[in-house]
Design a protein around this ligand. Structure first.
Ligand code: CA
Length: 240
């Protein structure tokens, strides 16, 4: 799959704000209440996440099964297919981290959600900062890296603060550079394909250029050294 295939809509290219040291990961938000959906999408994009949205359970399931998301924010009461059904169907094929949005005080809902494979939940109404913190923790945990700080040689990747340090010095990376590096670091020793990188780093509204990835990798190498990221020609990249 190539980015052009899913960036089909003739919408203007929209890149998240590029700020030094800010994470870009790809999140799906499934929520039928238009105001809440737009607030969530806006807040996540301001944090430089790539965000896809779905307003009903069927569309949400289709997207969650089709793309590799770093996390899904899932409402329970949804048209066409509710959050329970969506999660049960999704868990047959995918382990994508899911944070469920439950009604206030619905203890039974939370237990049911956790029983059928939700990774975390948040009770409505919730604080946006708590949602963002839980998403960061979820992404780290599901990548098998419970500690926010990851050490590679003299590099420290702080996934909570979303900064990279060499020794004591902070290295200025763009949002895309940071996110690309973080994906490789969280999957250290494994091959990360170009397709995986495209699916995580760019959302459905982006009109991505296929050579951007190479540009980002090249820039990271200039900042952090040529040896860190190894190219597997024709396949992707890895950090060993
Ligand atoms: Ca709802």
């Amino acid at each position: 799959m190539f980015p052009g295939e899913w960036a089909t809509a003739a919408r203007p290219a929209r890149l998240p704000d590029i700020r030094p040291g800010v994470l870009v990961m790809r999140i799906l938000v499934v929520e039928d209440e238009p105001d809440l959906l737009s607030v969530l999408a806006k807040a996540l994009r301001e944090e430089a996440y790539a965000v896809d949205t779905a307003e009903d359970g069927e569309d949400g399931l289709y997207k969650a099964e089709t793309w590799e998301y770093d996390a899904v924010v899932l409402d329970i009461m949804l048209p066409k297919l509710d959050g329970w059904e969506l999660l049960q169907k999704l868990r047959k094929t995918k382990k994508t981290p899911v944070l469920m949005l439950t009604a206030r005080d619905a203890v039974r809902d939370r237990i049911r959600g956790l029983d059928i494979g939700a990774d975390d939940y948040l009770t409505k109404p919730f604080d946006l900062h708590e949602l963002l913190a839980r998403l960061r923790a979820l992404i780290r945990r599901c990548a098998g890296q419970p500690l926010p700080q990851i050490q590679i040689g003299d590099l420290t990747i702080d996934t909570a603060a979303r900064i990279v340090r060499r020794g004591e010095e902070t290295v200025a990376l763009t949002a895309r550079e940071y996110s690309l590096l973080e994906m490789l670091v969280l999957r250290r020793g494994q091959l990360v394909t170009r397709t995986m990188l495209y699916e995580h780093l760019f959302d459905e509204d982006d009109n991505s250029l296929s050579n951007l990835l190479d540009v980002h990798v090249s820039n990271i190498r200039k900042k952090l050294g040529q040896q860190l990221i190894v190219t597997r020609r024709g396949h992707g990249y890895t950090i060993e």
